[in-house]
Ligand binder design. Structure first.
Ligand code: ZN
Length: 203
């Protein structure tokens, strides 16, 4: 089979972006090559720079440009409470709500119950490593109140239930199907303050 031409390969490459199908990718490719070649060069450089510089924080697994991110390096935060979230944007929401002064762990994904509960979608190995090198007594599972968030919370609880941690989950004061990212700071803070201990039978 002949090698695809450069334009086709660009369209294929653009389809790696979330919510970008073939038609949108084609429009983007035309826009970059026809109307905005300077923008395309900026994009090329920014992507190369970010790929070279950005990595996972050794402690919380978020993306950062040093071995340990600023929140993990902050010595004023509590070391005994660890909050587990899906995504770096959830850390931002929690920080904006000023309701958690402990540490974070970022799963960088969620378990999808409709696609076989694939644990490779979340950073389980990194979480286990994090727990082995810490003084944590309470773990707050702060996954979204969606099917994926509940499935992820269940998996995490199964992992932790025989270990000597108090395991809590955010109170269900949040809207059903609620994603932390879209919940206002007051509601989010309330859900953290009213968090409840997870029972042995599940979440
Ligand atoms: Zn960190």
């Amino acid at each position: 089979m002949a090698k695809e031409d450069a334009f086709t390969r660009l369209i294929e490459a653009l389809k790696v972006l979330p919510n970008v199908g073939p038609k949108t990718a084609q429009r983007m490719a035309y826009q970059l090559l026809q109307n905005n070649r300077d923008g395309a060069l900026l994009l090329q450089q920014a992507l190369a720079d970010a790929l070279a510089a950005v990595r996972h924080c050794r402690l919380c697994n978020t993306l950062c440009e040093s071995e340990v991110c600023a929140l993990c390096a902050d010595s004023d935060r509590r070391d005994d409470v660890l909050m587990i979230v899906h995504h770096p944007v959830d850390v931002s929401s929690m920080e904006a709500a000023h309701c958690h002064d402990g540490r974070y762990f970022v799963l960088m994904g969620y378990v999808n119950p409709t696609q076989g509960m694939d644990l490779n979608q979340i950073a389980i190995r990194q979480l286990v490593e994090r727990l082995q090198t810490s003084h944590i007594t309470e773990i707050i599972i702060a996954t979204n109140f969606t099917a994926e968030g509940d499935a992820t919370a269940y998996v995490i609880h199964q992992l932790l239930k025989d270990l000597p941690y108090k395991v809590t989950r955010l109170a269900r004061g949040m809207p059903l199907g609620g994603e932390l990212e879209y919940v206002d700071a007051g509601t989010l803070a309330q859900a953290v303050y009213e968090r409840r201990q997870v029972e042995d039978k599940g979440v």
